[in-house]
Design a protein around this ligand. Structure first.
Ligand SMILES: *[C@@H]1O[C@H](CO)[C@@H](O)[C@H](O)[C@H]1NC(C)=O
Ligand SMILES: *[C@@H]1O[C@H](CO)[C@@H](O)[C@H](O)[C@H]1NC(C)=O
Ligand SMILES: *[C@@H]1O[C@H](CO)[C@@H](O)[C@H](O)[C@H]1NC(C)=O
Length: 667
């Protein structure tokens, strides 16, 4: 039998060793046995198996020697051996596998150098070599890989300089060189990587200044980490152009001078760390700088600002030098000015205090009827205030309405200065909450604003006033998945690759909230209306943690919070909402994405096998690439598991998200 094998897929089997003669007949094309517990050696027959096209052996416990046990494969497009126990070195022969698009060797014990021949793999899209024991330098030839999208070399012993040729990787999306022994400067050419989304050079011995050209990487999104190096000089003002960046870490270097004020225009930034440098002067205004902990700025020369733990900036306190005359002049001007200011503030203070006392007294008397009620809660991660939002939406005029869900209408609020938010005005008033609940809701929302995940819509804050209750979210240019799927034109542009990406994004978000977030959070209301897409068609899940506050008996809601057609069947007879309810809704959603419409009655799918072709959205032409068909059918099979009637038989989101990563082989 083995001699006839063309496609061998050993999924979900727990066996000891792989069959050694798996390629005896020399016809094996696809060999898939990933994410299992296979141990023992790499099958001996693989060495001369020149028919190989795709090999998926990642996440096992296979042993073997990378240069001894593998040969040259002229047809091989994809080989994933990540997370095994392989030893040996990367032989130059890999350069002869000219069709390779993916080479995954991360998480093994591979030593030696990266051979220059890797640079001749002109079709390579992903090169994963992280977490090994590679040494030597990064070969300059790597710059020839113009198709490369992911380069991960982190967690090795790579030394020498980062080659300037790296600027040739024009399609690079993610560059991770962290945790090595790289020295020398960061090449300016890094500024040529226009598609870069993730940049991590932390924990090396890099010296010199941060090239201002990094400011050209306007697509940087997830991370810019240059921490734990020996970088010097000033932070370039051009970094302010990185308006999509969410996390900036320049800590543990020797950067000096002032923090450029331009950094306050980094509107997406939610985490910043500049500690352990030699910086001085004021923090930039607003945004993340006013909401960070002081630990983000400690151990510098002399930073000041409104962050607790830092000294407040006082223009005169650090004035050093200057002649005697100047000092006298300063005193002459300052002394009278200060007393005038003192008197002014004293008057204002008394006025404010009496107002406060008065309003407290009033508030006890009447609560909800007052427009400016004292229980109003309004907080944001920045400078936005209640009134600005009312102004931007002209008191929630329908002209600004961009969507409507069960819990309320969503408005687009374009603030002065260009920042755009999505404001969800809840269909509920103070009475719906009850006074005690306002506090618990606002505490909960405060916690939700801390959530930071690439596939979760950022919640900036919550406003509760007698008149209006609304949530302020990150604005998503492309709107909801429901909208796209219902629009003929947009649905056609939403191709299979994008759809797979959206399924993965939602799975990652749910896996994170169920398994990595403390405390774990259940969404309860996943539907295509709650999946929003940004301008890159990346999925972001909205309204996490909100559904449970919407009172079940309020008129807008059915007995359980959730959208009809997505609610797990067990909720018909139990009120116990578990994370498996989200898994069910995710399964429905995945079908919806494949089919282009809600799958309707799911019972028919649940018993009996269904074929991928009968499911796929007919508005798109069927996938032609086998790898694409593979991915779509594995999504369908996972979705089938998710809609199992018995909650305990459904997989967890962690398993689903991991399967999707290995199946969809990117990330
Ligand atoms: C692979 O082929 C070469 C020559 O064709 C042969 O010498 C070698 O023994 C073969 N190796 C294996 C493991 O079959
Ligand atoms: C740098 O800061 C980011 C965000 O605060 C954090 O996720 C990352 O782990 C930090 N890097 C290192 C090397 O500590
Ligand atoms: C950091 O830079 C300053 C000059 O800006 C220099 O005096 C100091 O020695 C440097 N510290 C380290 C640890 O390199």
């Amino acid at each position: 039998m083995a001699s006839q094998t063309k496609y061998l897929s050993l999924a979900y089997v727990a066996a000891l060793a792989l069959p050694p003669q798996v390629c005896k007949g020399g016809k094996l094309i696809n060999f898939t046995a990933n994410v299992n517990h296979f141990s023992g050696p790499i099958p001996i027959s693989l060495k001369n198996c020149s028919s190989l096209y795709r090999v998926r052996l990642e996440s096992n416990e296979l042993t073997g020697d990378l240069d001894q046990d593998f040969g040259v494969y002229p047809n091989l497009t994809h080989i994933d051996l990540r997370y095994n126990r392989l030893q040996g070195e990367i032989s130059p022969k890999w350069g002869e596998c000219q069709k390779l698009t993916m080479l995954g060797l991360a998480g093994n014990s591979i030593g030696g150098k990266i051979p220059a021949e890797i640079g001749s793999l002109s079709q390579l899209v992903e090169l994963h070599l992280s977490s090994n024991q590679l040494s030597g330098e990064i070969p300059a030839h790597i710059g020839n890989l113009t198709e490369l999208s992911t380069l991960s070399l982190n967690g090795n012993n790579i030394s020498g300089q980062i080659p300037e040729e790296i600027g040739g990787l024009l399609n690079l999306d993610s560059l991770d060189l962290s945790m090595n022994r790289l020295s020398g400067p960061i090449p300016n050419q890094i500024g040529e990587l226009r598609d870069l989304r993730i940049l991590n050079l932390s924990q090396n011995n890099l010296i010199g200044t941060i090239p201002f050209q990094i400011g050209n990487l306007v697509g940087l999104q997830d991370l810019q980490d240059l921490s734990y190096n020996s970088l010097t000089g000033e932070i370039p003002a051009q970094l302010g152009k990185l308006t999509r960046l969410q996390s900036l870490n320049l800590s543990h270097n020797n950067l000096s001078g002032e923090i450029p004020a331009s950094l306050s225009s980094m509107l997406s930034l939610v985490a910043v760390n500049l500690s352990y440098n030699n910086l001085e002067g004021p923090l930039p205004d607003g945004s993340v700088f006013s909401s960070s902990q002081s630990s983000a700025f400690t151990n510098n020369k002399d930073l000041c600002g409104k962050v607790q733990g830092l000294r407040p900036c006082n223009a005169l306190s650090t004035d050093k030098g200057g002649g005697h005359k100047d000092n006298k002049l300063v005193v002459a001007i300052v002394a009278p000015l200060a007393s005038v200011l003192f008197i002014f503030f004293a008057i204002v203070g008394i006025f404010v205090f009496t107002r406060w006392r008065k309003s407290r007294r009033e508030s006890r008397a009447e609560f909800i009827s007052r427009r400016e009620n004292p229980f109003s809660v309004c907080f944001f991660n920045g400078r936005i205030v209640y009134d600005d939002i009312l102004k931007a939406t002209e008191n929630f005029d329908d002209v600004y309405c961009i969507g409507e869900g069960g819990s309320g209408k969503v408005y687009k609020a374009e603030m002065q200065g260009g920042q755009v938010f999505a404001v969800k005005k809840l269909n509920m008033h103070a009475e719906d909450f009850g006074i005690g609940n306002v506090k618990s809701f606002s505490n909960e929302v405060k916690a939700l604003t801390e959530i930071k995940h690439r596939n979760i819509v950022k919640l900036y804050g919550f406003c509760y006033e007698g008149m209006h209750t609304f949530l302020v979210y990150e604005y998503m240019e492309m709107g909801s998945l429901a909208k796209i799927l219902s629009d003929e034109k947009e649905a056609k542009e939403f191709d299979w690759v994008k759809r797979i990406q959206v399924v993965k994004g939602v799975a990652h978000a749910l896996s994170y909230m169920h398994h990595d977030h403390v405390p774990p959070l259940i969404h309860r209301d996943i539907s295509s209306k709650n999946v929003l897409l940004d301008s890159d068609m990346e999925a972001h899940l909205a309204d996490f943690g909100i559904a449970k506050f919407l009172k079940p008996d309020s008129s807008n809601w059915t007995a359980v919070a959730g959208t009809y057609g997505y609610v797990a069947p067990e909720l018909a007879y139990t009120m116990a909402v578990t994370e498996k309810c989200d898994v069910y809704s995710f399964g429905v959603l995945a079908f919806e994405i494949l089919m282009g419409k809600h799958p309707g009655e799911l019972n028919s799918m649940n018993d009996g096998r269904i074929h991928l072709e009968s499911v796929l959205d007919t508005r798109l032409s069927p996938p032609t690439l086998p790898s694409l068909t593979d991915k779509l059918s594995s999504i369908m099979n996972l979705a089938l598991l998710c809609i199992h009637a018995n909650p305990e038989s459904r997989p967890t989101m962690r398993i689903i998200s991991r399967r999707l990563v290995v199946e969809a082989d990117s990330d």
